[in-house]
Design a protein around this ligand. Structure first.
Ligand code: SF4
Length: 209
């Protein structure tokens, strides 16, 4: 429990530090690195495609598409079993087109994103992310291409918004997290997803709580 409280305290510090980040400096750094989306779709497919999506984002996508929660997002594969055979995991991922390795995002159709206007903030800011306030990036063929200053400003704004959101979601998740006694894997057991809203329970492929 103390460990949990320590992590929450650290995250609150990180949130304060994130609020002090300079958008101007961030935008200048993005411009220095350069970026232009090549519309190659590589970030939407392949083994590395794993998009963390937060509850409010899932609701926005549901409103735009009419899909059920579990048709938009599902639990990640990593997690732990409790003594009753329930599988516990953290946060949601966008659903893919299949369970096989390398399956693409279900919203990537005919070379385009079908939920572009309400895509998650992680997609909006790819390939960049902030780590302890430092600008980092994933592999992307669009890096190094010229970016206009207005676009760099917009990207910096989105990136900071994402950084704050990620920290806030993590704080809420930990504040609402109820620990459990570890146990063995059980075939057909329920899945419990912990997120910023608490626990969501999936039983027999349906969201039941
Ligand atoms: S939501 Fe859109 S941008 Fe994000 S991974 Fe899926 S297809 Fe790509």
């Amino acid at each position: 429990m103390n460990d949990l409280q320590d992590r929450i305290a650290d995250l609150k510090q990180a949130l304060l530090a994130a609020k002090e980040l300079s958008l101007t400096k961030l935008a200048a750094r993005i411009q220095e690195l350069g970026f232009r989306c090549q519309k190659c779709g590589e970030c939407c497919q392949g083994e590395d495609n794993s998009v963390v999506v937060f509850p409010e984002e899932i609701r926005r996508i549901r409103t735009a598409t009419g899909l059920l929660w579990l048709e938009v997002a599902g639990p990640p594969e990593e997690g732990e079993w409790d003594k009753d055979g329930c599988f516990h995991t953290l946060e949601w991922r966008l659903v893919k087109k299949g369970a096989f390795k390398g399956a693409s995002c279900r919203f990537y159709q005919n070379g385009r994103c079908t939920i572009y206007s309400c895509r998650p903030i992680l997609c909006r800011t790819y390939p960049f992310y902030l780590d302890n306030g430092e600008l980092m990036h994933s592999e992307c063929r669009g890096l190094g291409c010229k970016i206009e200053s207005e676009e760099a400003d917009e990207l910096a704004e989105q990136l900071l918004k994402r950084h704050l959101l990620e920290i806030q979601e993590a704080i809420l998740l930990l504040e609402r997290y109820r620990d459990f006694e570890r146990g063995e894997a059980k075939e057909g057991g329920e899945c419990i997803v912990h997120d910023s809203e608490g626990e969501h329970r999936i039983s027999q492929g349906k969201l039941v709580g």
